[in-house]
Design a protein around this ligand. Structure first.
Ligand SMILES: Cc1cc2nc3c(=O)[nH]c(=O)nc-3n(C[C@H](O)[C@H](O)[C@H](O)COP(=O)(O)OP(=O)(O)OC[C@H]3O[C@@H](n4cnc5c(N)ncnc54)[C@H](O)[C@@H]3O)c2cc1C
Length: 464
């Protein structure tokens, strides 16, 4: 029998990854005044990597990290755990925006993924890291030709990208909806994101980073040194790195570059060996759809299926609040798509349903900023692909904060900013028009309407 919304009645409205007894005890909030060489605001992947790499570069530096809530509680602890080598939200997005740099950006991205793997091993972070690669699935006939073409252009000569015909793809994962697939064997790892964040947090503490949780920065003032105010204290720092993602930046000028877009996720109970046998999936790749509105799904360490994406919802006025995380119509849509993908699993139960805010910018990949004569540096705008890219962003933040001239800081990828979003009500109207047009393109064999073609021409187009 098909799943119904009622089947989620008992599902926890909490990210599966964060619902874990191994979650660390909270660090104390900041009380009183302190100083630091570097203060990092935000304890997601970007902030944690920034603090850790700063300590690795200069073990004697005094580094403080402040988070408004708990380290890893936001996007970092709620995502799909796809850790991609791409720094640019896919090669084609990077190619269209940074054509002269894309080859090098792809190399830097692969090095970054290798470094993440090496760090996980070196620090013995138990985050179920599996370098399985991923398969993009064609479920509509027009997508088959697109994937075949991509296979030719993306193969790096080591047979690491393989086009799979219908029977071959169904031999990997048995879904009646698959028509073909593109298997990238090495550019994606899967991991448990909360356990990676907690491991990085532990490594920061071991390296001497002072972490304060439940310490929202509500004001930033610069007078040669930078003062960050929290409800019960302040930090006066030589340098500040902002890693606040979809949340309003303490640098007000940057707020027009980011909109929070909600992404929704379901998690099943662990599959039985018989259920797993019915769907194959022995190579445990991450899976995603080839359309504009795309699903992503994967197995967890204990053989649950995480199933998310498709709808991406913007709420008027940069809406960002917990009540937006329960959206029955999106959960119902995900259940329907799950049943279409895996009709064999009609009796499987769902244990968790959650959402998180994605820091969307108009170039769909991270951008950087320097303000206060370089004393305050920022990274944001990962647009849903930041698990891997956040470490590279942290390296850039380290370069920018120290004023170093490096290969990274010379990249136009680092120097250029995206176009800002227009103010409301145009912002809402534009985002809704784009969403509707992308959905329509998926129903019209990928053909883009006038609105999308106009966005493409001015460099605002999105093509997953
Ligand atoms: C549902 C979902 C699925 C996703 N799936 C994937 C995926 O599979 N692969 C992938 O690569 N990416 C994915 N992403 C994106 C990825 O999770 C993020 O790009 C990445 O985790 C960004 O980390 P971050 O540190 O920049 O932000 P966050 O994890 O959001 O951390 C920001 C932190 O800043 C803190 N903060 C904000 N304002 C203040 C303030 N004023 N004072 C103090 N602290 C503050 C917050 O409390 C928060 O902890 C997904 C995102 C979502 C929401």
């Amino acid at each position: 029998m098909a799943h119904r919304l009622d089947d989620l009645r008992d599902a926890a409205r909490l990210a599966f990854w964060l619902d874990d007894p191994r979650a660390p005890a909270p660090a104390p909030p900041l009380v009183g005044s302190t100083t630091a060489d570097l203060a990092v605001v935000g304890g997601g992947f970007t902030g944690l990597w920034t603090a850790l790499l700063a300590k690795e570069r200069g073990p004697n530096r005094d580094v403080v990290l402040l988070d408004a809530d708990r380290c890893g509680w936001a996007a970092t602890g709620r995502n799909g755990g796809f850790c991609s080598a791409s720094l640019t939200h896919g090669r084609s997005n990077g190619e269209s925006r940074f054509p002269s740099e894309i080859a090098r950006l792809e190399e830097l991205g692969r090095e970054n993924l290798d470094e993440i793997e090496a760090t996980v091993t070196r620090l013995q972070i138990d985050c179920a890291f599996e370098r399985t690669g991923d398969i993009v699935m064609a479920t509509e006939p027009y997508q088959v030709a697109e994937l075949r073409q991509l296979a030719e252009s993306e193969n790096r000569g080591a047979d690491d990208v393989e086009f799979l015909e219908r029977d071959a793809v169904r031999a990997e994962v048995a879904s009646p909806s698959y028509l073909a697939g593109l298997w990238d064997r090495s550019s994606v790892a899967l991991l448990n994101p909360a356990r990676l964040a907690w491991g990085l947090r532990r490594a920061c503490l071991d390296a001497g980073v002072r972490i304060f949780e439940h310490s929202p920065v509500d004001a930033l003032a610069d007078s040669g040194r930078v003062t960050l105010r929290t409800p019960h204290g302040q930090v006066v720092a030589d340098r500040v790195a902002l890693a606040t993602n979809a949340y309003p930046s303490p640098v007000h000028r940057l707020r027009r570059y980011i909109v929070p877009v909600y992404d929704y996720v379901l998690m099943t109970e662990p599959l039985t060996p018989a259920q797993l046998n019915d769907i194959g999936w022995r190579n445990r790749q991450g899976l995603g759809g080839a359309g504009n509105l795309f699903l992503y799904y994967r197995l967890s360490e204990d053989n649950r299926i995480l199933f998310g994406g498709y709808d991406a919802i913007y709420h008027y006025g940069n809406g960002l609040r917990p009540s937006l995380e329960d959206r029955p119509q999106t959960f119902a849509r995900l259940l329907e798509l799950f049943d279409t993908t895996f009709p064999q699993l009609d009796s499987v139960a769902f244990t968790h349903a959650w959402a998180g805010a994605i820091d969307t910018c108009t170039r769909f990949c991270v951008f950087f900023d320097r303000s206060s004569s370089g004393r305050v540096v920022s990274a944001a705008g990962f647009t849903g692909l930041g698990v891997g890219a956040s470490r590279f962003a942290a390296q850039v933040l380290g370069d920018l904060a120290s004023g170093a001239d490096t290969e990274r800081t010379r990249l136009s990828f680092v120097r250029k900013k995206p176009l800002p979003f227009p103010p409301e009500p145009f912002r809402y109207a534009g985002i809704q028009a784009t969403r509707r047009s992308l959905a329509t393109a998926d129903q019209r064999e990928g053909r883009r309407n006038l609105w999308l073609r106009t966005l493409d021409r001015v460099g605002l187009g999105f093509d997953s």
